[in-house]
Design a protein around this ligand. Structure first.
Ligand SMILES: Nc1nc2c(ncn2[C@@H]2O[C@H](COP(=O)(O)OP(=O)(O)OP(=O)(O)O)[C@@H](O)[C@H]2O)c(=O)[nH]1
Ligand SMILES: [Mg+2]
Length: 322
């Protein structure tokens, strides 16, 4: 199954990184034997400790750095998702800073391995080397902590499957997530207040042997792009940059917003030139007048009355996909 994969940043625990590195080096170096000349044995062990200790740290930092996604390799949806979650400038600066610190550690290793060959006090050289590396610990920890927080935010970016999809959109509180749940059985948070959904949620249902993906988005208000909040921007990003049929959910009961205003939002979304299905939702609590008004107001679109049971909606989706 093809998927919009994105690298998942690793989490690096710096709490014990340096101490573990030293412990690991000490233990491994202690195993070295078979050198008769005592002076040579000591030198070999101290050399090994420098290499093992530094590599323990730099290998982990290297694989940590490369676990982060490369912005230039992302598609538009992922790039915009990243934008809405983290400050790109700060992210790049922090990653660059950690890379530099890692290079410094590698250079300290090289320099000290060179001087340990010439010295008659290898233990002293190893201690100086450890001291220099430990003096960088504070900076490494600070940088990794920032990157760990960034990585956690990035893990929110959904892995969208590249299969026939429905993108659910509409005003806050109109019932989008409820529709997702009724269609797919998936159960993200549903509540009677606006902006319950703060990120994109996915669900799936089967049409015979074909899997259909339902992409639930946060609520949108009918307002200018520049006035939209970060949560709304996630919805706009999905609507613009993902492939699929838009399922516009209308709150017939007008609890959250009058039908006319919901229609204006839909007309704006229509401009994206994607296929649209309208779900006239909450029919169970809407008055007959509201239902009639809804059918008239949205009559120019392919619509289905929904609430409680969404069998008709499923059929409409499948029909529209073929
Ligand atoms: N009676 C009735 N209530 C509904 C229906 N659909 C949703 N609701 C209720 O409307 C409220 C909002 O539902 P959600 O599914 O969270 O709405 P949403 O559009 O996802 O909201 P945001 O994520 O905040 O944009 C909840 O209290 C639901 O139980 C429906 O068909 N009938
Ligand atoms: Mg929701």
């Amino acid at each position: 199954m093809k998927q919009m994969k994105m690298k998942k940043p690793k989490y690096l625990d710096t709490g014990t990184l340096f101490e573990n590195a030293m412990g690991h080096a000490r233990k491994e170096a202690a195993k070295i034997s078979g050198i008769r000349n005592k002076q040579k044995l000591i030198r070999t062990k101290e050399k090994a400790r420098i290499s093992l200790m530094t590599e323990y740290i730099t290998n982990r930092i290297d694989s940590y750095i490369t676990s982060f996604p490369v912005v230039s390799e992302l598609n538009k949806f992922q790039k915009e998702s990243m934008h809405s979650l983290v400050e790109l400038k700060e992210f790049k600066r922090e990653l660059g800073f950690l890379f530099k610190l890692n290079t410094i550690i590698k250079n300290i290793k090289k320099k000290n391995l060179a001087s340990i060959r010439k010295t008659d006090n290898p233990e002293k050289v190893r201690k100086i080397c450890y001291g220099r590396i430990l003096s960088l610990k504070k900076d490494v920890v600070k940088s990794v902590e920032k990157l760990n927080a960034i990585g956690k935010k990035l893990s929110e970016i959904p892995e969208i499957k590249l299969i026939p999809s429905i993108i659910v959109a509409g005003f806050p509180n109109s019932g989008k997530t409820t529709v997702l749940k009724r269609l797919t059985g998936s159960a993200p948070q549903i509540a009677a207040y606006p902006f319950t959904t703060k990120k994109i949620e996915l669900g799936y249902f089967m049409d015979k042997y074909k899997e259909i993906q339902v992409i639930d988005t946060p609520g949108l208000l009918d307002r200018k792009e520049e006035e939209r909040n970060l949560i709304e921007k996630k919805a706009v990003n999905a609507l613009k940059n993902l492939e699929g049929i838009i399922l516009f959910v209308v709150d017939l009961s007008e609890n959250s917003c009058p039908l006319e205003e919901q229609k204006i939002l839909l007309l704006e979304i229509k401009g994206l030139e994607k296929k649209v299905i309208v779900a006239l939702n909450k029919k169970d609590i809407a008055s007959i007048e509201q239902i009639e008004k809804g059918q008239k107001e949205f009559g120019e679109f392919d619509f289905v009355l929904t609430g409680e049971d969404d069998t008709d909606l499923k059929e409409k989706i499948i029909e529209k996909m073929n």
